[in-house]
Design a protein around this ligand. Structure first.
Ligand code: NAP
Ligand code: GDD
Length: 323
């Protein structure tokens, strides 16, 4: 048993799995909230499944959050659970709001009524900035979300700050820019590209259909970004931080790097399909991580090129294993 206990919502997701590994390495007792599903989705945490405590619960269900807090008695809660895929938020705006917006309030209420000393991390996002008002974006850049997901995250962000200010709770919001890894969901553009590259290289596919190739994102590596979440909860006073690399690239540039890493010319394989365009687009995101560098001492360690190569390499292995 470690001295410190942490509860992670969204432990089956990309970030949850990296954060759980990170906390286990630091000797934490790690509890993860798992929602019921008819098929097991422990792919990302299978290797640590016996080292963590899995608790049944859902951000839609207030009582389950109360029980999880009472059972885990955590020192730290990381709220990573969300409906996190932007296009799905237009298809299911109300569900997205229930989970991604009100889910934060449910969890904060469960903490407040059980033990208000618990430290809380909220997974805020660069999607808050949306149609950006200035570049690069900092902790003081005004918000202009462009999707039901972004709008829900604005609520999650402000309710976190409001609980800090109303109840003197240690609650932080990390405004994280896009971060990727071999564990990224297949629907997000980075993994869709690296998986597509592997399928084309192995002769399983002949083309890759994408949407807006001109969008720009500030892409970092998920392993680096979960370290920043933990660092935020180790400060004397709670605060909010932008976590980013400070450099943005287009989807085209991502394609060029990914296809190029296996000696292919992306322009021969990528086609634009209007089905993947969005009703309202976030054209460009670039964060300024100066405050995180200065206050937390946080720096990303894995470069963009290393991350893309790591993702393609892993997808090459996975596609080779597919029957
Ligand atoms: P992800 O891979 O989509 O994982 C989302 C997690 O949330 C999954 O474990 C999912 O569980 C869980 N979840 C969904 N609905 C839930 C509900 N009703 N109750 C409890 N859990 C629920 O997302 P991620 O990339 O790891 O991102 C983690 C968090 O950071 C999210 O809040 C996301 O919005 C935010 N964020 C991500 C990025 C990024 O670039 N990755 C950047 C900024 C902010 P199932 O496995 O059961 O679906
Ligand atoms: N998914 C996807 N699929 N995106 C595409 C495609 C495609 O075929 N073609 C172009 N894009 C463009 C999208 O229009 C968008 O501008 C950009 O690629 C990135 O899309 P995603 O990878 O789906 O990520 P996102 O930026 O919308 O959202 C992710 O990052 C946010 C942080 O900024 C998610 O992880 C969010 O949960 C997170 O908050």
């Amino acid at each position: 048993m470690g001295d410190r206990r942490a509860l992670v919502t969204g432990i089956t997701g990309q970030d949850g799995s990296y954060l759980a590994e990170f906390l286990l390495e630091r000797g934490y007792d790690v509890y993860g909230l798992i929602r019921r599903s008819s098929t097991v989705n422990f792919e990302r945490i299978r290797h640590i499944q016996d080292d963590v405590h899995l608790l049944s619960g859902d951000l839609l269900d207030q009582n389950s959050l109360m029980f999880a807090i009472q059972e885990a008695r955590p020192h730290e809660v990381y709220n990573l659970g969300a409906q996190s895929f932007v296009p799905a938020s237009w298809a299911q705006p109300l569900l997205t709001g229930e989970i991604t917006a009100l889910g934060v309030a449910r969890l904060l209420e469960a903490i407040r009524s059980t033990d208000a000393e618990i430290r809380f991390y909220q997974a805020s996002t660069s999607e808050l900035f949306g149609k950006v008002r200035e570049s690069p974006q900092t902790e003081t850049t005004p918000f202009y979300p462009r999707s039901p997901y972004g709008v829900s995250k604005v609520y999650g962000h402000w309710i976190t700050i409001n609980y800090r200010e109303s109840y003197d709770m240690y609650a932080c919001a990390g405004i994280l820019f896009n971060h990727e890894s071999p564990r990224r969901g297949l629907e997000f553009v980075s993994r869709k590209i690296t998986n597509g590259v592997a399928r084309i290289k192995h002769g399983r596919d002949s083309r890759l259909l994408l949407g807006n190739l001109d969008a720009r994102r500030d892409w970092g590596y998920a392993g680096d970004f979960v370290r920043a979440m933990w660092m935020m909860l180790q400060q004397e006073t709670p605060d909010d931080f932008v976590i980013a690399t400070g450099r943005d690239r287009t989807i085209r540039e991502f394609c060029e790097a990914a296809f190029g890493s296996v000696g292919l010319d992306w322009e021969e394989y990528v086609q634009v399909d209007e089905r993947f365009l969005r009703p309202a687009e976030v054209e460009v995101l670039r964060g300024d991580p100066s405050k995180a560098r200065r206050v937390l001492g946080w720096e990303p360690e894995v470069s963009f090129e290393e991350m893309v190569a790591m993702m393609v390499e892993r997808d090459m292995e996975l596609v080779a294993l597919e029957k």
